[in-house]
Design a protein around this ligand. Structure first.
Ligand code: F6R
Length: 598
């Protein structure tokens, strides 16, 4: 999603271009920079990737001490040079992350005042408004403040003003923004990961706090007694994330899961979960988007089965637009890898405003969602760069499993021996996941065959249903093959009409209490001549004759931990299908890693 970066430094273009490179993983389709040079704003923009911008800068170089840059993920208007940021009007250039909801109304007003627009973006109204107020002889700070008052929606802004000195302003409302004062300069960015080694300390501005970055330092405009800049350590500082010998970050992140599960297996962080008294609540609501939503859907099975606690799972983008029944005996858990997903953040604020206790389950410690919730638990997956979530998904599941065991213990719903067994089961995860990864070439065979189809159905039963959804999501987002998932028992209520020789069905079939029921669903598929691909227990082969490129044998595993195991072949299947089709697995088209707009 859009990324912004700004620097006031000697040769400011260098940290800005480096920052844009670090933001590439978020997904974007155009990029640009503006710089104050010789008392004039100069801009270079391209449609496409950063290497094109860098090439343009070699042909038409720029130098200066005050620079802003942007990677744009198109929302309002296509990915074109004119829609790329920065947008400029007169003395003002702006980079914007977020959405201005009332931009049409503002644009109409500005057109009446004689302004001309070059883009179809919502963002372009911002420099026009600021420039309008500057032309009325307002100070830079007052012009920005007055313009901001007109905006409805969400924004994080970097504002460059051509004036007496080299000044850069930053302000946010609902969108992520970080500020940093280093030894060699002052910086702003939409993501702590975008900042370089000079940014060991960062500040998270509050909504509508106007900040001025100058060559003499950073200051809050209109400070008051209770508003000060408090810096925190930047945990990403100097961490160089590389894909090592792997062909993609996604591949690396899939293979990292053994070590991650190993490090989560020890009693580490266990005391965190006991800070929640699960006896205080009679209901848990888990709210998330995408893969995080499917992790939440798995957790529902665990909480209900082992802790006997009612769980509702909600899609964040829907939650606050219906009328959810909320009680003071409810714990609302918000799950987000990035901790910045706009819908999840808005749902969290909504629940908090309704006096519900909130808990964030995030991968990024200081993210907006982490800072907003009453309680925060980390999933300790480390930076996830591939757009498709893999290791964050398994770590979310692992932490949910541990939370659930804590809830089961507190609520004394299961016997001590069973609890101990569930804990022991968890310790087997690294070994079982490694066994699957060692046989990844077998999954490649299935992927090569599957990637010839244009539509694929995924099915599973019980706790494997969300894993089927996760498998279908993973496949469609990186290979662009149309894939849908169903609870296997639902097939005959509609989707079975689709089955023929051109509609393969991927079945997740570990040995569990529902295997016999699933076998009947498999027969229904076979009877319609739909190609079958099974990720399942060895015993399935006694009933169904499949070739080696149609069957992947799962290692025997305790039922309680199976979703954390069966998702691994789903991830590999998606990876190898996408690779077979020659797709960019780390940066799939149209997708963004951190979805910071609604
Ligand atoms: C899919 C994927 C997305 C995210 C979703 C939520 O592979 O990565 O579906 O899971 O956008 O993102 P977070 O977890 O950052 O809130």
């Amino acid at each position: 999603m859009c990324g912004i970066i700004g620097a006031v430094a000697d040769s400011a273009i260098k940290p800005v271009l480096e920052g844009l490179s670090r933001l590439e993983y978020r997904g974007y389709d155009s990029s640009g920079i503006s710089i104050l040079a010789d008392n004039e704003i100069k801009t270079r923009k391209v449609q496409g990737k950063l290497n094109q911008l860098k090439r343009l800068l070699l042909e038409q170089p720029l130098e200066g001490k005050c620079c802003i840059g942007h990677t744009r993920w198109a929302t309002h208007g296509k990915a074109t040079v004119s829609n790329a940021h920065p947008h400029q009007c007169g003395r003002v250039a702006v980079v914007h992350n977020g959405i201005i909801e009332n931009y049409l109304h503002l644009k109409e007003k500005l057109l009446q005042w004689g302004h001309h627009f070059n883009s179809s973006t919502d963002s372009e109204v911002i420099p026009h408004l600021i420039n309008h107020y500057l032309s009325q002889h307002l100070s830079e700070e007052d012009a920005i403040a007055k313009a901001i008052l007109q905006l409805k929606g969400s924004y994080a802004l970097g504002v460059l003003i051509d004036g007496d000195s080299n000044n850069l302003y930053a302000i946010k409302q609902g969108s992520p923004l970080v500020i940093s004062q280093g030894v060699n300069g002052a910086y702003l960015a939409s993501d702590a990961m975008a900042l370089g080694p000079d940014s060991s300390k960062i500040y998270y501005p509050k909504d509508n706090e106007l900040i001025k970055l100058t060559s003499h330092g950073i200051k809050l405009c209109n400070p008051s007694a209770n508003r000060k800049i408090h810096y925190v350590n930047n945990s990403y500082c100097s961490k160089i994330v590389s894909k090592g010998e792997h062909s993609s970050f996604m591949e690396k992140e899939i293979f990292e899961q053994v070590d991650l599960l190993n490090s989560l297996s020890v009693d580490r962080h266990a005391s965190d979960y006991s800070t929640i008294n699960f006896n205080d609540f009679n209901k848990i609501t888990i709210i998330a988007c995408g893969s995080s939503y499917y992790a939440a859907s798995v957790a529902k099975f665990w909480f209900e089965k082992y802790a006997n606690i009612l769980v509702e799972v909600d899609i964040a983008s829907e939650y606050r637009y219906r009328s959810p029944v909320m009680t003071h005996k409810e714990l609302a858990i918000f799950v987000s890898q990035s901790g910045e997903t706009a819908d999840t953040l808005a749902a969290l604020k909504y629940a908090k405003a309704n006096k519900v206790q909130t808990l964030a389950l995030v991968n990024v410690a200081n993210s907006s969602i982490a800072r907003e919730a009453h309680f925060t638990f980390e999933i300790y997956a480390g930076p996830e760069i591939g757009v498709a979530s893999t290791k964050a998904f398994t770590c979310q599941l692992a932490i949910f499993y541990k939370m659930c065991l804590e809830a089961a213990q507190q609520r004394a719903f299961i016997k001590f021996d069973e609890l101990k067994q569930l804990q022991q089961n968890f310790l087997q995860l690294p070994y079982l996941i490694e066994k699957i990864l060692q046989r990844c070439t077998e999954i490649k065979l299935l992927a090569i065959k599957l990637s010839r189809y244009s539509n694929i159905l995924f099915i599973g039963r019980g706790i494997q249903t969300p894993i089927a959804h996760e498998g279908a999501l993973k496949l469609k987002e990186i290979s662009y093959i149309h894939a849908e998932a169903y609870a296997a028992g639902e097939l005959k209520h509609g989707p079975i009409a689709l089955l023929d020789e051109q509609m393969p069905v991927v079945v997740i079939a570990p040995k569990d209490s529902l295997t016999d029921k699933l076998l009947s669903n498999i027969q229904e598929v076979q009877a319609r001549n739909a190609p079958l691909f099974i990720i399942g227990d060895a015993s399935i082969r006694d009933y169904i004759n499949l070739k080696e490129d149609e069957f992947f044998e799962l290692p025997p595993a305790p039922e309680s931990i199976q979703p954390i195991i069966t998702v691994i072949p789903m991830q590999l299947l998606a990876l190898y299908c996408a690779q077979t089709l020659g797709k960019n697995v780390d940066q799939p088209r149209n997708l963004a890693k951190s979805v910071t707009v609604e």
